[in-house]
Design a protein around this ligand. Structure first.
Ligand code: SF4
Length: 393
């Protein structure tokens, strides 16, 4: 027991480098314990080796219990010795995020608001699609990127989520989905926050999600979406991050892009597209370009021609996203026929193009609509009485 407590001493944790492995825990209890959900299997193995002298296969066993069997009580991990189980229980906790609210859309999409240990709220969405469910998770509380068409931007940046807090959304939704008899096959980092701004937390999460002894989610089924943080895009490729990359493009000129995405002033289109190209070269993957269509602003015939040129030679696909009408943000949704004309024109030019029609609009779970209720009440005017929630990228 003394040994178990020793590794939890903050000075020791710092000296042994464990601090980096143990970011903010979600739970308000047992503050001296390590949040298991923050740890990759490699990180867990290092702790078990250093502190208990255990071989690597122990971390594999524990990962399988937690992520494959859903067991988070060490006492039930029957292939571990009784003494070890007691020690582990003193060292680790499994802080699940509390589901503050759950709303179900008429189209089957479910929106969750999770309450974190500090009372902050983040949203995750189970998006119902014809052949699958996709889980959309948040990576930050609020967002500092300031995209003008996005409700989350109205919150401003509050803080990053730790890997454990992102995993808590995943585990929380998995648990809740049992009630519906479904599960997700794909995960997208398109909830609240700019994922590549929280680069460390997101990368750690990706390694946990894809661990073949854990949830074993294929990296082909995970997509991280960025508003265009060029240095992080380059790092994402260099690190061979286990996920697909999507870039929220949304304009074909710097003038319009800077107007709707202030980040474009720092990383203009030419730099962004060069980074996208380099990413595809380094990673060997294609990149998805997301294009939120804002009627009369970025959806002209000239925009379409420029988009074709921008995409030319880039291993990519284009995802057109008709803007979700959010009260008070001042943009308009394009006509469905015009969206389809864009899509068909792109396809006729040999570009892989799809349209992402909104899901969960009646519960504010659609793209660009995510903002926690408390923030909405503070930041929106009383005229806003329709549903909303969200993320747009
Ligand atoms: S669209 Fe994404 S990056 Fe832009 S403000 Fe919204 S959450 Fe942040």
């Amino acid at each position: 027991m003394a040994r178990a407590l020793k590794i939890l001493d903050s000075a020791d944790v710092s000296n042994t480098g464990l601090l980096a492995l143990a970011p903010v825990a979600i739970s308000t209890t047992a503050a001296r314990k390590l949040n298991f959900f923050n740890l990759s299997r490699t990180a867990l193995g290092e702790i078990l080796s250093k502190e208990f002298g255990l071989p690597a296969f122990r971390s594999t066993q524990i990962f399988q219990w937690v992520y494959r069997k859903g067991i988070t009580d060490f006492a039930l991990m029957s292939d571990l010795g009784a003494e070890l189980r007691e020690k582990l229980a003193l060292c680790f906790e499994f802080p699940k995020a509390e589901i503050a609210t759950r709303q179900i859309s008429s189209d089957g999409t479910r929106k969750y608001v999770f309450k974190l240990s500090d009372g902050k709220l983040v949203e995750a969405v189970m998006i119902k699609q014809p052949t699958r469910m996709t889980l959309c998770v948040s990576s930050q509380v609020g967002c500092g990127m300031g995209c003008k068409f996005c409700r989350t931007a109205t919150m401003g940046f509050v803080r990053h989520l730790s890997a454990g807090e992102i995993m808590a959304q995943v585990v929380g939704v998995i648990d809740d989905a049992k009630e519906f008899g479904d599960s997700f096959s794909n995960i997208v980092f398109m909830g609240m926050g700019e994922p590549l701004h929280n680069y460390k937390g997101v990368l750690e999460t990706l390694h946990i999600l894809t661990d073949h002894h854990g949830l074993a989610i294929s990296q082909r089924k995970i997509t991280v979406s960025t508003s265009g943080l060029v240095p992080a895009i380059r790092d994402f490729g260099t690190h061979k991050a286990p996920a697909n990359l999507a870039i929220s493009l949304n304009a074909t000129t710097d003038e319009i892009r800077s107007r709707i995405m202030p980040l474009n002033d720092r990383f203009p289109l030419a730099e962004l597209m060069a980074a996208a190209k380099d990413y595809t070269t380094v990673s060997g993957k294609e990149v998805t370009l997301e294009y939120v269509m804002l009627s009369g602003l970025n959806d002209s015939a000239a925009d379409l021609s420029r988009l074709v040129k921008l995409v030319n030679g880039l291993p990519s696909k284009v995802n057109l996203i008709p803007y979700n009408d959010n009260a008070g943000l001042g943009f308009q949704t394009p006509a469905k026929a015009w969206v389809m004309e864009w899509r068909n024109k792109l396809v006729s030019k040999g570009i892989n193009a799809t349209v992402r029609w909104s899901k969960g609009q009646d519960i504010n779970a659609a793209c660009g609509q995510l903002v926690t209720e408390s923030a909405r009440q503070k930041k929106t005017v009383s005229a806003e009485r329709r549903p909303s929630a969200g993320v747009v990228r």
